[in-house]
Design a protein around this ligand. Structure first.
Ligand code: ATP
Ligand code: MG
Length: 582
């Protein structure tokens, strides 16, 4: 009885319940318990399913000494020890039974007291940790989300229609985590790490918690290596480095997803692992993306984490965090990872829904006060690890959808201030046929410049000047007839530059191809080409250089720059643009 005293020590005796197999047959036990509890009021319940023994519930703790639990323990003991069916099974069983020592099981339980779309409030479970997994008898799981003095607010996962008010909730003392491993490459997962494609089942033993503190300053090193997207307008004007966070924002249907997918396609042979997180998108769209990557042979090192438009808000909320946990697994192994969150506007909306259901006070645009922290703690996990930590990296491209181009709305400004730069896509440009529709004036990359290769830096400087001058003069272009020669030249150069920065989807270019194009336009080789023909001419230039200057391409690919390379580039352009009639 001393251990019973130990069990109730420090617990409030306001609600004590004793569950027994038979009330009549347990008088002695009841008296003993009453004695220990100093005659506090006890509810006695009969439950035939426990088969014998008893359960003592004090507050939210349950001391389980039922025969049903002991039998389950014995069963586990026998399974773990294993039976050799060839020799005497009875003998083995009796020795296993002898070596079995029943354990008291102490569980912490609570009761569901309120239930709303996808969330519930549980009384009890006082020791619960933030993001701990809570289970119900129906097998449904939940995650602790709001920890309050009297209750725990939890978000339900899976078929939450099975949970009812009055159900018992159990603590698991584990925070939510996802399975991680190489086998995930090429697969489509839900935010809990279950595969949802038609591939074979995978069993992984490693788990990573979905939320983790971002690496500290000492574990990081500056961003210095380029993450080539294969898109000229980005690699030249707003270069991205490994470990950087670059926001892609724009209205609906402005090519945001396409930029991200092109970047993944460009990583086909670069050794970078890509993770695409679809948050609240139509599944048909996601299937198309998977197929696109498969057809481009880029699916083999890509992982999809999908919370579809019809999934409940808790899954949408979890998706980017679980995807980042998977990214961290690879980065810890020294690999470079690219992660795309498509998109964080829908993520913020899912979070707002959960918060409002759990009655957190609404703030600006009805978002809860910590919506900034929601994204800052996620994006801070992007990193370039120091050499001591294996030099892996996580580069992230979060996507935000704007309304009518308003980048000063609440969520866009938040994420702009968290990231290291933004690429702003504009409907106007998109409709005019400038695709990718990047607004060069409003797009920046705050750290990527130092990650640009020498060759790219050399040609990029000039193009920025040409574009800036063109933007100033553009308004006059309709009166071109009245302008002097040098202004006319600037206008033509600007037009060709804008034209050369256009790029079709799903056709990323290599570093050498980009440098050649930009070099040619900078040095006026495209000035005489009809604007409509620039794209075709560019492709021909690339084919020509591949045929005639393979060595130059190889050295450009390494990103180096020298007078000799420049001279060869000049020869290449002269040869190509002279031999060809325009
Ligand atoms: P949503 O807001 O619906 O998510 P989005 O901004 O992600 O849209 P996308 O789906 O990437 O936009 O692109 C919209 C359409 O524009 C698609 O049909 C796509 O094929 C086309 N598109 C995007 N980029 C280009 C491009 N560079 N060249 C030609 N077509 C493009
Ligand atoms: Mg999209």
């Amino acid at each position: 009885m001393n251990d019973l005293k130990e069990f109730i020590k420090g617990k409030s005796l306001n609600s004590v319940e004793l569950v027994v197999f038979s009330i009549a047959g347990s008088r002695k036990l009841q008296d003993e318990v009453r004695l220990i509890l100093n005659n506090a009021s006890i509810t006695i319940k009969e439950d035939k399913s426990i088969l014998g023994g008893y359960l003592l519930k004090v507050g939210d703790s349950v001391l389980d000494r039922s025969h049903a639990t002991r039998i389950a323990q014995l069963e586990k003991h026998i399974t773990i020890s294993g039976l050799d069916t060839d020799s005497d099974v009875i003998k083995q069983l009796s020795s296993l039974t002898d070596s079995f020592e029943p354990q008291d099981s102490i569980a912490e339980v609570g009761t569901v007291i309120a239930l709303k779309d996808g969330v519930c409030v549980i009384s009890g479970l006082w020791g619960t940790m933030y993001q701990e997994v809570i289970t119900f008898d129906s097998g449904v799981k939940a995650i602790a989300f709001n920890l309050e003095a009297e209750s725990v607010g939890a978000i339900l996962l899976g078929d939450y229609t099975k949970v009812k008010v009055g159900d018992t909730a159990h603590r698991t003392k584990r925070v939510i985590s996802v399975p991680v491993g190489e086998e995930l490459l090429g697969r489509v997962l839900d935010p809990l790490g279950n595969t949802i494609d038609s591939g074979p089942k995978i069993t992984l033993t490693d788990y990573y918690p979905i939320e983790k503190l971002a690496p500290g300053v000492l574990e990081r090193q500056p961003v210095t290596q380029p993450m080539q997207t294969g898109i000229k307008a980005i690699d030249v004007l707003v270069p991205i480095g490994k470990g950087q966070r670059e926001l892609i924002l724009g209205d609906r249907q402005t090519g945001k997803t396409t930029l991200a997918i092109d970047t993944i396609i460009n990583q086909k042979d670069s050794g970078v692992i890509s993770i695409y997180v679809a948050i609240g998108q139509k599944l048909s769209k996601v299937v198309n993306l998977v197929e696109k990557l498969r057809s481009k042979d880029a699916l083999k090192n890509t992982i999809f984490v999908v919370a579809g438009a019809s999934d409940p808000a808790p899954l949408l909320y979890l998706a980017p965090y679980s995807a980042t946990a998977i990214a961290e697994y690879f980065a810890d192994k020294g690999k470079d990872v690219l992660i795309i969150y498509d998109d964080l506007s829908k993520h913020a909306v899912a979070y707002r829904e959960l918060s409002l259901l759990l009655r957190r006070p609404p703030g600006r645009e009805a978002f809860p006060g910590d919506v900034f922290f929601l994204h800052s703690r996620l994006l801070e996990r992007s990193v370039k690890y120091s050499d001591d930590k294996g030099a892996g990296s996580i580069t992230s491209l979060p996507i935000i959808e704007t309304q009518a181009g308003d980048i000063s709305a609440y969520i866009p400004t938040n994420v702009i201030s968290i990231t290291d730069g933004q690429i702003f896509l504009e409907s106007n440009l998109f409709n005019k046929g400038v695709r990718p529709a990047i607004n060069v004036g409003l797009s920046v990359s705050r750290v990527g410049g130092s990650a640009q290769t020498k060759a790219m830096k050399k040609v990029a400087g000039k193009i920025k000047v040409a574009l800036a001058q063109y933007r100033e003069l553009e308004a006059f272009s309709q009166f071109a007839g009245d302008l002097d020669e040098s202004t006319k030249l600037q206008l033509t150069r600007g037009q060709k530059t804008v034209e050369i920065l256009k790029q079709n989807q799903y056709s990323p270019l290599t570093l050498s191809q980009q440098v050649i194009s930009i070099y040619a336009v900078n040095n006026g080789y495209f000035d005489q080409i009809d604007t409509l023909n620039v794209v075709i001419k560019e492709t021909q230039l690339h084919d020509f250089s591949k045929l005639k200057y393979p060595k130059l391409l190889d050295s450009l690919e390494t990103g180096v720059w020298s007078d000799e390379i420049e001279a060869q580039l000049e020869n290449l352009c002269k040869e190509f643009f002279a031999t060809d009639e325009h």
